[in-house]
Design a protein around this ligand. Structure first.
Ligand SMILES: NC(=O)c1ccc[n+]([C@@H]2O[C@H](COP(=O)([O-])OP(=O)(O)OC[C@H]3O[C@@H](n4cnc5c(N)ncnc54)[C@H](OP(=O)(O)O)[C@@H]3O)[C@@H](O)[C@H]2O)c1
Length: 352
């Protein structure tokens, strides 16, 4: 069996500073593939995504202890998807419990990459991410290790995840000094309830390095669907992974959590009345209109969630500057731009 890729109107962007074209909505398998979703339902999810124009799939060595990669690789084979049609990204950091099975030492980057490829049954991934920064390893070693992986043909590009702006800067400076490739993108948590890092801390990097983000947890693990407004539904992520989300559940039950739920309710009303869409679709479209977003990584435990969420594509044209301003009023969390210490503003064509 083989399946031909049809973009079905999916918009494409470049991944950060690279020439790699990626779909505006991609699909990831954290906590689902190999965990709450195994066997045939995995195939249904990947098939649904692919048939709706998603050709980028994100995973990690640490997801379900490697089983997410195994499941993804297996169904890609079974579905007969053409490798060149796909963009596969994986991430290195949590590879096991041994002293060198974790982190970003050259030893783990090289050994970890080989194991990822074995589990995925692939000769290469398109992008390999450093899943977290590793302050215990010299930056020169990290940059050289990822470049070695690229030189072996095991990945085409490397990127970072949850690195600070300072760490991304350091990686770029080191790569420039060594005449090696720097990271092309950053995979960060970015959604309506978490904006500071993506919208403020990284602001200079978008300008200096054409950084792009691959935004994760775009629905705040489901909070932005409204499903947690009245409690924790049985079988939902916060129910099936209650130990992992202990802190999140504590916040949800605090005054801060109640304030977040009130925002979700206000956004739900706005989405329905003003835009004729669901709050999830609004939350996803809102990320997609951000010019620094390279892709929004969707998560889903069931195919219907993917299909519903992809209707966000129809909401994007409705997000005019006036609408975005109204959304900001509801959210009341827009990061303040960097101060210019009293220097007067530039006209609208000038850039800070
Ligand atoms: N780099 C990193 O450190 C990092 C961290 C986290 C995620 N990621 C990547 O980003 C991807 C997406 O993150 P995420 O899974 O946290 O995304 P998310 O969109 O915030 O949450 C997805 C979950 O919300 C629920 N959901 C989604 N759509 C729904 C709908 N329409 N109605 C009701 N429930 C719905 C589903 O969970 P239930 O049905 O189980 O409730 C689904 O699995 C991950 O798979 C992974 O590839 C990366």
């Amino acid at each position: 069996m083989s399946a031909e890729y049809d973009a079905k109107g999916m918009p494409f962007r470049r991944m950060g500073s690279s020439g790699l074209r990626i779909p505006l909505f991609s699909f990831g398998g954290w906590l689902t593939l190999g965990e709450t979703v195994v066997g045939d339902p995995v195939k249904e999810l990947i098939k649904t995504a692919f048939e709706h124009g998603i050709n980028m799939f994100d995973t990690a060595e640490g997801y379900a202890d490697g089983n997410a990669e195994i499941e993804l690789g297996r169904v890609i084979k079974e579905l007969g998807l053409r490798r060149s049609d796909l963009v596969i990204t994986t991430k290195l950091f949590w590879g096991g419990s041994g002293p060198n099975d974790m982190g970003l030492s050259r030893k783990h980057v090289v050994e970890g990459t080989k194991k990822c490829l074995e589990r995925l049954q692939m000769d290469y991934v398109d992008v390999i991410f450093a899943h977290r920064p590793d302050p215990t390893v010299p930056m020169e070693e990290v940059v050289r290790a990822f470049n070695f992986v690229i030189d072996q043909g095991w990945a085409f590009y490397w990127a970072t995840s949850e690195w600070s702006a300072q760490q991304i800067e350091e990686a770029h400076h080191m790569a420039t000094k060594l005449h090696l490739a720097g990271p092309i993108a950053e995979q960060c948590e970015h959604h309506m309830l978490n904006r500071e890092r993506a919208e403020k801390e990284y602001a200079p990097l978008y300008k200096h390095y054409s950084l792009g983000t691959t935004d994760y947890s775009p629905l705040a693990c489901g909070l932005l669907t409204g499903k947690y407004n009245e409690g924790i539904p049985a079988g939902s992520r916060l129910d099936t992974h209650k130990d992992f989300f202990k802190d999140t559940l504590e916040v949800l039950h605090s005054d801060e959590g109640k304030r977040r739920i009130e925002k979700v309710k206000a956004l739900t009303e706005f989405a329905q009345k003003e835009l004729g869409c669901s709050v999830s679709q609004l939350a996803l479209a809102w990320l997609a209109v951000n010019p620094n977003t390279s892709t929004v990584i969707l998560g889903a435990s069931k195919p219907w969630q993917l299909i519903e969420n992809l209707k966000a594509l129809d909401v994007i044209p409705k997000l005019t500057p006036a609408v975005l301003e109204n959304i900001d009023k509801i959210l009341d969390n827009k990061p303040k731009p960097q101060t210019t210490w009293g220097r007067p503003g530039l006209d609208k064509l000038g850039r800070l």
